[in-house]
Structures are given as C-alpha cells and as structure tokens.
Design a binder for this molecule. Structure first.
Ligand code: SF4
Length: 372
C-alpha cells in the first residue's frame, strides 16, 4: 500500500461526510427591517441560491397570522415556514442559561424537525415557525460587554477554563438551518478571529450533520460543537426529520478532525428496553469516530416534561408513544414553582451510575460537564 503524507491525511480528514438531510422551507417570509439588515440580505441570497421559490418580502415588520384553524394542517404549514425577522431589543439583553453557558445568544427561534419530546414545545409559544434573526451583526458586535461576566461556567472550578460561554442553540437547532442562513459560520468566525478582552467560547448543539461549511473556518478553538445523540430506538421512534444518529456521529468526527473542541449532548436519556446495550453501542460508535486527542465534553440530560410541554406535544403528535405519564414520574418544582416531571429517584440513580461508568470506560478522555 502506498504511504500517504501527513498533508494528504489532513486533507482526507477534512472532507465532510455528505449531509443526510437538508431542510427546504415551503414558504419564507421576510420582514422589511430584516431585508434591510446585512445578514437578512445574506440569508435572502442563500435562499435564492438554494432554489427556495416562495419568498415573500413583507411591507412591514408584522408577520401574517399563521395560526390557521389551529389544526394539523396549520401546524405542518408553520413547521414548513421560515421567517426572517429582527427581534425586539429586549432579546439582545442576554440571559444566563444554566447549566450550559453563561449567556444565551439566539441566532434563531424554532426548528423544522419533529422530535416528539421537543423541549421547544414548552418554551416557545405560537405557531412553530422557524424565525431567523437578521440582526446577527449587531448581536455579535454587542458581545464584548459580556466578556468576563457570567456565573454559570465562569468562575467555577469545573468549567472556569472555558472562558465566558455563549450558547447558540437554546431555542433552535442552528445546523438545521445553516445551509440557508450561514449564521453559525459567521458567529464561529467572529469568535475565532476577534481580539477578545478575555477567553470566550461559543457553544452549539445539533441533531443535524451538514458540517461542510464549518470545517475550514478560522474557529481558533473557540467554538465547541456538540452533537445531540441518543439510543438507536429513541432516535428512530421520536426524532422525526433530523439527521440519523450515524450521520451526526460522522459529522462529530469530521469537526473534531478539523480541530474543533467537540461535545456530546446525550438527550433526552430514556430507560427504554435494552437501554444499557443501546447507549453502550452509541458510546462505542462515538469512540470509534473520534481522532486521538479530541477535546470532548459530555452533557447528560434525562427526559422530563412539564404540564405545558405535554399539552403542546400531545396536540402536535397525538399518536405519540412517548411516555409522559405523571403517575410514574417524580414531580419537581423549580425556583418559581414551575412543575416538571422527572424519573423517580431510583431510576435516576441507576441511569446516572451506569452513564458515569460507561463514559469513563468508553470515552476516558471526555469531561462529563453535568448530569440532569
Ligand atoms: Fe426540537 Fe431539537 Fe428536535 Fe429541533 S432537533 S425538533 S429543536 S429537539
């Protein structure tokens, strides 16, 4: 066999796996203010290049009523709609987002996928359209004032070394729409090339795998790309219109080879039949995909639901087989009395102990950031 030079090996490593799923919205609405912003114009150019034909430039900043009759057709139409908008100024006063990051910075709100447990169901109200924020340049320019501030990861013994952290995937999946917006790439480049007053980290997590546009960016090691993964049966049954887990793992390997710090978001963890074998296989697949020396973190989030998210999800997915039975859960109350239903203490203990051991065994260099 012919020996390959190191350069050839590097080039091979940076070839992105082909994306398994690219969303094409059937309708796009662009508000007047969004069309005036540079990022709004970049998104418009990308939409046209992608062959999206139904693009409506609105005369003002109000979106039309997309509620329809509140029926299934209206829900599906909203999921197939992208809006490009400028959010209200209050959106740009960044908020802490524990346990992930010091600050939440939203590139968009909403997601075109159909996960039957989607956490957005309990967080976002109104028709589930995907709103892309056109004020990206202003958002990025405003981040300087947050550097050195924050209490979620900054100043903590376990995670202080990450610098001031900014989470870009609280209310969207940024990679699901990246081929149409380019917003994540712009943010990665901004973080990677700017001269900051202190260490910073951009964070994003995804259930998609179209990473080709990210591999050659000057990321400077300042963006941690995490992939949200799950046991095969959970992904198969509940994660509609996402990239298959194998595609996400291949994408994880590709961005790790491109020098990004990376992460696994194992979520939502469910103790389904054969969960140890399935999650064990998942961790083995991840270990096999990562190049030596990868900077890897792991975040573990067990399945939970709230009264609001259950009502919305059963409305959206009436035939779901997802277990959301209060009778088999433990009820927890948050700071302001908000109720959430989590697995009982014994189940949680069993899951936590298994995952802690399995991650240490199979991904010994990984740092487990949190369990919740
Ligand atoms: Fe929700 Fe994430 Fe699934 Fe999108 S990919 S539907 S944001 S859980």
């Amino acid at each position: 066999m012919r020996r390959r030079s190191l350069h050839q090996v590097m080039i091979t490593a940076l070839v992105a796996p082909a994306p398994t799923r690219l969303w094409t919205p059937s309708r796009v609405l662009v508000t007047r203010s969004a069309a005036e912003r540079p990022h709004g114009q970049r998104v418009l150019a990308r939409l046209e290049a992608a062959g999206v034909s139904d693009i409506e430039l609105l005369p003002g900043d109000r979106l039309p009523n997309l509620r329809g009759d509140g029926d299934r057709a209206a829900f599906m139409a909203a999921k197939q709609t992208m809006a490009v908008v400028v959010p209200p100024p209050s959106k740009r006063r960044l908020q802490p987002i524990p346990p992930s990051a010091d600050w939440r910075m939203d590139l968009a709100e909403g997601c075109p996928a159909h996960c039957q447990y989607c956490y957005l169901a309990g967080s976002l109200s109104g028709p589930p359209i995907t709103r892309v924020f056109a004020d990206l340049d202003e958002l990025l320019a405003g981040l300087d004032t947050y550097v050195g501030r924050g209490a979620v990861t900054s100043g903590t013994a376990a995670r202080g070394a990450e610098g001031t952290t900014f989470e870009a995937s609280c209310y969207t999946d940024p990679l699901a729409i990246e081929h149409l917006t380019g917003g994540l790439a712009t943010a990665i480049e901004h973080f990677g090339t700017r001269s900051w007053a202190g260490p910073v980290q951009l964070r994003a997590t995804t259930k998609f795998d179209d990473v080709a546009g990210l591999l050659d960016l000057p990321h400077g090691g300042r963006t941690r790309l995490r992939f949200s993964v799950n046991a095969a049966s959970v992904a198969r049954r509940f994660e509609g219109a996402t990239s298959p887990v194998a595609g996400r793992i291949a994408a994880l390997g590709a961005v790790a080879a491109a020098g990004y710090p990376v992460g696994l978001t194992i979520a939502p963890i469910m103790p389904t039949d054969g969960w140890r074998e399935e999650y064990g296989q998942l961790l083995d697949d991840v270990a096999a995909a990562l190049p030596p020396g990868t900077d890897l973190t792991v975040e573990c989030i067990t399945h939970r639901f709230t009264p609001g998210s259950k009502a919305t999800l059963t409305d959206w997915y009436p035939r779901t087989k997802l277990e959301m039975d209060e009778a088999v859960r433990t009820t927890k109350r948050g700071k302001y009395g908000a109720v959430k239903h989590v697995y009982p203490r014994d189940t949680m203990g069993e899951l936590r102990s298994w995952f802690t051991g399995a991650i240490a065994d199979r991904l010994p260099a990984a740092q487990l950031l949190y369990w919740t």
